[in-house]
Write a protein that binds this ligand. Structure first.
Ligand code: AMP
Ligand code: MN
Ligand code: ZN
Length: 605
């Protein structure tokens, strides 16, 4: 682009940004037109090309280093310049640290712009300002606990991550039933209906729900009894103390890094008198008893942003909420500037919640005091906030019967009616929340046909391994490492390990399989390329269903794979089998050795 076409960033930043992106895209597309591993070949073919490549590389490295130093200084970090491409790969973590620093700065600036730090903007109805933690960053020991015994090992309900076996609902007994527990399968996919669908749609609210009432002030945080519940006796004791209360505040803390589907680690319950923190790892198979209160339409359950909580309660404990008041909806209906619980706590209770604990590893036991206090503060003030919000909704209602409260209850009920279903991985279409399509769209990355094929294969390997090992996909292979593998397409273990720094355990253990997966995916793409050089998406042909048994470690999984003929074929899941991999690898290596060039040699065609 000629320099006179580039808009002045001072006068027209959006225009400048647009032109910058355009150039960047063009440069990326040009760079991607030759696969990395073929550079050597072209270098040897044309001396001028080699010279240009070296010059461009040195210039990119130098610009990168200037940028790195500038940003590192801005974030108060010390980073050594990168020496060469290997140095970049080896110390990539340093660049990530600088990017994290920049993102944090941007976050801070946005908070400042949106007024989060302007303390005087907040209403100060209560002079008591409590702060439970003051440090800016969550200490490492709370974030990633070492030596935590995997809690799922002790779960009585075995974890089944297969996308082919539907979730089996846990409820066996249905208190406060208006219609009996339904066991008739209605849907095609064999999943049962929501057991409290009828009850939730037929709640008869008392008149008091739509009448303004004096808010009941919460008890001081420090003098309210805190009850840690981790035994059945403790649970029964707590249930006795819940007796007679018409409102209960509820919240959950969850863990999903070292688990495929995730699990609930903690349940916080507050009445007007007490705070309870329940160890749901210990009491996982006992908590169904709480349906006595949770499904009771005469008790209001107050939660903030209950979408996930509803799902976690039914998935882990078979618990359902009838009569939910989600305090998130009033913040929308009343058009508040923020919608978080932290904002409500600050506004109505002058309480600074330290939300960094959201990210803590909630499996840690015994629970550190800081975490216990944080967890407790999530429900301690909530009933008072509910009083205030309900009054505000009634005051702003335009009808006698409190239409805004009714809207809030209706939306809350829609949340309570959600049903948990397992995520299914569709290797073909890549659709769904954990599918590759999602990641591909977000990445805005140009891939050549081989890289696209490798990307899909690695993505599939990652999902398969995560299910098998009951780990999250980001634990198995974080996105940025997956993309590093796609970019460089290493076919041997050391190359694979070299792309990932620090190398995740499961990548190290399966480096050979991954290398082979990459090799196969590359070959598939080359073969498809031979068929038709124009790369397009799926070419649907006949569909057939096969059953492939894959033996990964000690677990044997049976997968049904829908095979569709396409220009970039998907990877065969059977190659996740290490023994087969070794054999096939040797065979391929032998085949390749016989031919002179992988680029022009006839072995692949
Ligand atoms: P909360 O309702 O704020 O107590 O959050 C409940 C759970 O949701 C936490 O224990 C986390 O597992 C998860 N969570 C909430 N916010 C975030 C976040 N910003 N990032 C990651 N996980 C979160
Ligand atoms: Mn919550
Ligand atoms: Zn919480």
């Amino acid at each position: 682009m000629a320099s006179q076409d580039i808009p002045d960033p001072i006068k027209d930043f959006t225009g400048y940004q647009g032109s910058l992106f355009k150039s960047l895209l063009a440069a990326t597309a040009a760079a991607n037109s030759i696969p990395t591993e073929e550079w050597g070949f072209y270098r040897s073919l044309d001396r001028q090309f080699a010279k240009d490549l070296d010059q461009a590389g040195a210039s990119a490295l130098s610009i990168g280093n200037v940028l790195l130093q500038q940003c590192a200084t801005d974030c108060g970090l010390m980073v050594k310049n990168f020496g060469d491409v290997d140095d970049v790969v080896e110390r990539y973590g340093a660049a990530i640290d600088v990017c994290d620093g920049l993102l944090e700065k941007a976050d801070h600036c946005l908070d400042e712009i949106s007024g989060k730090f302007k303390q005087e903007d907040f209403k100060q109805d209560n002079p008591e300002v409590t702060q439970i933690a003051t440090k800016d960053k969550l200490e490492y020991k709370f974030l990633h606990a070492n030596n935590v015994v995997r809690p799922q090992m002790k779960f009585k309900d075995t974890v089944n991550n297969s996308g082919l076996v539907p979730f089996e609902r846990k409820i066996k007994y249905k208190p406060h039933a208006l219609v009996p527990l339904d066991s008739i399968v209605t849907d095609d996919d064999k999943s049962l209906p929501h057991p409290y669908e009828y009850e939730i749609s037929h709640i008869e609210y008392p008149k008091t729900m739509f009448t303004v009432a004096e808010p009941e002030m919460y008890k001081p945080f420090d003098t309210t009894p805190l009850n840690w519940v981790d035994t059945e006796e403790g649970l029964l004791d707590m249930m006795k103390r819940l007796e007679g209360h018409e409102e209960i505040a509820v919240d959950l803390e969850h863990h999903n890094y070292r688990s495929y589907q995730g699990f609930t680690c903690l349940m916080q319950l507050s009445t007007r008198d007490d705070d309870f923190v329940i160890d749901t790892l210990q009491l996982r198979d006992k908590l169904w008893m709480l349906n006595e209160y949770f499904a009771n339409p005469e008790i209001v359950k107050v939660l903030h942003g209950a979408d996930s909580d509803i799902i976690w309660l039914q998935r882990d404990f078979g618990l359902y909420i009838v009569n939910l008041f989600d305090t998130y909806f009033p913040t929308k209906i009343l058009d508040f500037p923020h919608h978080s619980l932290a904002y409500l706590l600050k506004t109505y209770c002058s309480f600074d919640a330290d939300k960094k604990y959201q990210l803590a590893d909630w499996r840690i036991r015994p629970l550190p005091e800081e975490m216990l206090n944080y967890a407790r503060s999530d429900t301690h003030f909530l009933l008072y906030i509910y009083d205030r919000l309900r009054n505000e909704l009634l005051e702003k209602s335009t009808s006698e019967d409190g239409n805004l409260v009714r809207i809030c209850l209706q939306r809350s009920n829609e949340v309570a009616l959600q049903k948990y279903e397992k995520d299914v991985y569709d290797a073909e279409s890549g659709l769904g929340p954990g599918g590759w399509k999602n990641m591909l769209t977000k990445w805005k990355y140009t891939m050549n046909p081989q890289q696209l094929s490798v990307f899909k294969a690695l993505h599939h390997w990652r999902d398969h391994t995560a299910r098998d090992e009951d780990e999250s996909c980001r634990y198995v292979l974080p996105n940025h490492m997956l993309m590093a593998l796609v970019e460089r397409m290493p076919v041997d273990s050391s190359g694979v390990i070299g792309c990932c720094n620090p190398c995740p355990t499961l990548v190290r253990m399966n480096a050979q399989t991954i290398g082979y997966t990459i090799q196969q995916a590359k070959m598939n793409a080359l073969m498809a390329g031979k068929e038709d050089s124009v790369m397009e998406e799926v070419v649907p042909a006949k569909t057939e269903t096969t059953t492939i048994t894959s033996n990964n470690g000690s677990v044997t999984t049976t997968m049904k794979v829908q095979q569709v003929r396409r220009k970039v074929p998907d990877i065969d899941p059977s190659l996740f089998d290490l023994k087969k991999v070794k054999k096939m690898r040797t065979e391929t290596a032998e085949k390749l050795e016989k031919k002179e060039s992988t680029l022009f040699g006839s072995c692949l065609y």
